[in-house]
Design a protein around this ligand. Structure first.
Ligand code: CP
Length: 302
């Protein structure tokens, strides 16, 4: 059985909760030498700071070795080698492949052409399931539960793959979603249909108002994804559309936590960083533990 981690949609509520508990375990015991003798490849066809470095930290803390690249321009893909051939080659060298690619569906495709487990570290504007697991773990840690929460997602809901994945992962836990986006960056119809079919309550806004903030348990801010725009004039129109400032949090719930997958550009003002409700840097640290859980699951390790 191929234990690839391609989309959070492939996982049941019980499987997600199991991974969250495993992340909790790895936070308590991060140094476990269960990957001794294993080689993990990190293939990043798109830039990354957190995802690649936290996956590599996770492998190192588990006692494994890492090979890979962070710039595809230095690899034979720049000479025209196909993704299929690259995956077939790396499968000769590694026990696990962690891949970020600009094409939607690239991770699924890779998982179908090799027996080596593939972990999707982001495929275009589609999914980012390892980010979702760390987001779920962060929500669980800060709220004490995953059920019955109001999650407000703000910014680029069209191209933001972390939004698409988190929405899917949270669907098991009776959420209320509030989506704040300009018309140009609305959530794709496929996700609205998914929520309608699954009886998930959601509300959509173009104004980032105090009413919306004050009804939220989690405020999930996102960056406008410049790299997905074909017309940069369109990007310029929306790039600074929502900026969260400290003053805007005045009437927010005590339990509110502000999450952001990062990198941030302008959408969270620096003065929010010192507010105890900001959680995005801790959220990124949780990525190591969540990814340790994902790696062990993919390799069928305790
Ligand atoms: N959140 C996230 O995917 O960050 P990086 O692009 O830096 O990996």
């Amino acid at each position: 059985m191929n234990r690839s981690f391609v989309s959070i949609a492939d996982y049941s509520k019980e499987e997600i909760l199991h991974l969250v508990r495993r992340a909790e375990y790895f936070e308590q015991y991060p140094n476990q030498k269960v990957l001794e003798g294993k080689v993990c490849a990190t293939l990043f066809f798109e830039p990354s700071t957190r995802t690649r470095l936290s996956f590599e930290t996770a492998v190192n803390r588990l006692g494994g070795r890492v090979i890979g690249f962070s710039d595809a321009a230095t690899t034979s893909s720049s000479k025209g080698e196909t993704l299929k051939d690259t995956i077939k080659m790396v499968s000769n060298y590694a026990d696990l492949i962690i891949m970020r690619h600009y094409l939607e569906g690239a991770a699924r495709y890779a998982s179908e052409i090799t027996d080596v487990p593939i972990i999707n570290a982001g495929d275009g504007a589609n999914q980012h399931p390892s980010q979702t697991l760390l987001d779920l773990y962060s929500i669980y840690k800060t709220q004490g539960r995953l059920t019955d929460l109001t999650i407000t997602m703000v910014g680029d809901l069209k191209y933001g793959r972390t939004v698409h994945s988190l929405l899917t992962g949270m669907s098991h836990f009776n959420p209320i979603f509030r989506f704040v986006a300009p018309e140009e960056l609305h959530l794709p119809d496929i996700y609205r249909q998914f929520m309608d079919i699954n009886n998930i309550r959601y509300y959509e806004y173009t104004d980032f108002s105090p009413e919306v903030i004050n009804q939220s348990d989690i405020l999930y801010m996102t960056r406008v994804q410049r790299e997905r725009f074909t017309d940069l004039v369109e990007y310029e129109k929306v790039k600074n559309i929502y900026v969260l400032t400290n003053a805007m949090l005045k009437g927010s719930r005590d339990n509110l936590r502000i999450l952001h997958p990062l990198p941030r550009v302008n959408e969270i003002a620096q003065d929010v960083d010192d507010n105890p409700k900001s959680y995005y840097f801790e959220q990124a640290r949780n990525g190591v533990y969540a990814r340790q859980a994902i790696i062990c699951n993919a390799l069928n390790l305790k």
